[in-house]
Design a protein around this ligand. Sequence first.
Ligand code: MN
Length: 422
Amino acid sequence: MVRFAHLADCHLGAFGRKPTLREYNIKAFEKALDICISRGVDFIIIAGDLFHNPLPDMDIVNRAVKLLMKVKNHGINIYSVYGSHDYNLASASLIDVLESAELFKNVVNYLESDNRLTTVQDPTGVSITGLSGRKNRLEKGYYDQLDIDVPEGKGIFVFHSPIAEMQPTDIPEKNLLPISFLPGGYDYYAGGHIHRPLTDKKDGSHVVYPGATFGSSYTDLERESKRGFYIVDDWKPEYVPLEVCEITRVKINAEGHTSSELEDILIEKGDNNQEGDIILLKVHGKLIEGSPEDIDFSRIIRLFERGDDATVFFNKNSLERVTNDKVKINEEREDEVEKQVIEEYGTPEGISNDFAADLLRVLKSDKKEGETTTDYENRIWAQSYALIEGLKEPQIQKTGEKKKDRKRQQQITLGDYAGDVN
Ligand SMILES: [Mn+2]
């Protein structure tokens, strides 16, 4: 009777800007491997995205190598495919280095010349093969014309792609693969990529996503309630939850309150809250008077942090200011409408209406076709700063230092919400 573990989407090194979360993430991985050892699994499958980046921090690499070494010393083999995050087109990924060190085996043996996929055999006799996930679903072409040696004995197919029939509707994803793309004849399909535990069947065999061991983004923490992996005993998958910290959601509705009332509510909540290692603090709704800018949010975040006891993710994206219904719009062209609204509301001292209109134009520009998120963010920053430099405001001008600091802070905020890709 074969017993194996199926993990995916560990994203080691994720939350690079929040050290406590990066630590929870690797702790979850460590816990998973410890459970695998204590449950006496024959082998472990990691279905992609072991690391968050192809070339992670050496500190994370060092930790991961020690953990993988521990598993190897217990005589447990690890089999893996690339995820969309650990694939590096330009050069070798860390995954390749770890494979060379025989810490695990990449099961993808794909001969591009004849689209042939061969298998690796574990000492238990189980055959394992698979295909890696690629950014933008580039792997789809491989599935299209796959020629595969279906194993005679028991076999596992490992993949890192979203299956259309299983993709949850609340997780946005493009380029899904139909379940029919998976080659037939296997006893278990070990999936990765979707950060939520899901099971389905293909020709009577289980098709499984274990979800993330911890998660890799703010969205994962907020949207997903389950973190863990599967242990498959005699081909029956059993979900093993991983709990390394307490995640607390605090949701505050600003509806019907003034900005100063909202500030009092938040201070009281922050003062009294004793729960949570991670706090997802969300403020939403429409103020009846005042503006979000009146509120000292950094003080409130510090209260929720209780010294260094908790890590706070603060989201006020859906908090709305009081709107002034009196602006009458006579224009039809978008830029004219904006110009009129800016004139009506006015701008802070030292900021001209033209500057406000120019900055608005830069900030709302869309990502261009083929532009990466990083390039897009860099372009918006460069254009915004070019405008700000042009202001010639003394307090902005003198500040090489301050500017850098501000940029860093902004990037932290962006980083928390950007890159919510699986
Ligand atoms: Mn992933």
